[in-house]
Design a binder for this molecule. Structure first.
Ligand code: ADP
Ligand code: MG
Length: 280
């Protein structure tokens, strides 16, 4: 006996649920109509619904990767004003955006004073890597050191270390703002050693190399850390004035000249040109 189309659809939806194909389930009827009116054969129909399932899966995986990476803000290279950093070549950054440094397990070191775009560039590179299917994690150095110290106390250090080793890219932001404790520095070095030549690192720092000993509080450790970090490393130096300060000053100047312009417009509209402002 032939089953009715309604029963068939119900069965199909049941099977698709069991097979975990939610997009095929949601789209199958609509795509069936489109394929019927286009005269597409069964295999083309199957291809269309499978493509939709894959696209949706990839989109969801991308969202999950971004969430897992824990970026503090969303930044892109398109938003980066290269004229404010004339020593950084846009071509070099665009080349890094392709992500081949991750496949080659190379590191990136962003060095420069506060507010010069180190975190911005590190985040933009990390978000791009997520889009390329890479497992990324963004962490401030102090945050990571705290996490490692807690893991050590709870005897979970091996677990935390192996979770970090599964990453394709670890971004360590702000090395050097707060000196690490002796144990903290050792744990950080331990992570850097574990990841060496397995996981790429992006490190942002305001410290010139000579001052790293102050933070890691140990010359031998500093030497060994620098050795691992800078072996196969792209060094980008940011410089000049803080972009935040520059931007704030520009905005202030902009609002002053805007006020001046609107005052002048008001003046000319009122036929007051050249009469000056009483009370100004
Ligand atoms: P850093 O990490 O070097 O202290 P940030 O990356 O946090 O600096 O930059 C501070 C703020 O200024 C951020 O909002 C960032 O997006 C912005 N910024 C810095 N440099 C630039 C730039 N060249 N173009 C656009 N925005 C920038
Ligand atoms: Mg920063």
């Amino acid at each position: 006996m032939k089953t009715s189309p309604v029963v068939n659809t119900m069965l199909l939806k049941h099977h698709l649920k069991a097979l975990r194909l939610p997009t095929v389930s949601a789209e199958c009827e609509k795509v069936a109509k489109q394929c019927a009116s286009a005269g597409d054969d069964h295999l083309t129909y199957l291809l269309r619904v499978c493509e939709l399932e894959l696209i949706e899966r990839e989109r969801k995986a991308g969202v999950r990767r971004l969430k897992a990476a824990r970026f503090p803000t969303a930044k892109t290279v398109a938003e980066f004003d290269f004229t404010a950093q004339p020593t950084i070549s846009p071509g070099r950054v665009l080349e890094l955006l392709k992500g081949e440094y991750i496949s080659r397990k190379e590191n990136i070191l962003l060095i420069g004073t506060a507010g010069t775009g180190k975190t911005h560039l590190a985040t933009a590179l990390g978000i791009e890597a997520c889009g390329q299917g890479k497992r990324v994690r963004f962490a401030r150095v102090t945050e990571l050191v705290t996490q490692l110290l807690e893991a050590r106390e709870e005897r979970q250090l091996t677990r935390t270390r192996s979770q970090l080793a599964k990453l394709d890219l670890l971004i360590l932001d702000e090395l050097g703002y707060v000196p690490a404790s002796k144990v903290g520095a050792e744990l950080l070095f331990d992570v850097i050693s574990t990841l060496y030549e397995r996981t790429s690192l992006i490190v942002t720092t305001n410290l010139p190399f000579e001052q790293w000993t102050e933070v890691l509080d140990n010359e031998r450790l500093t030497g060994a850390t620098l050795d691992r970090l800078t072996h196969r490393c792209h060094i980008i130096e940011t410089g000049g004035e803080s972009y935040r300060l520059r931007d704030a000053r520009r905005r202030r100047a902009g609002s002053v000249s805007l006020k001046a312009t609107s005052a002048a417009t008001l003046d000319s509209e009122q036929g007051n040109e050249g009469k000056g402002h009483p009370g100004v």
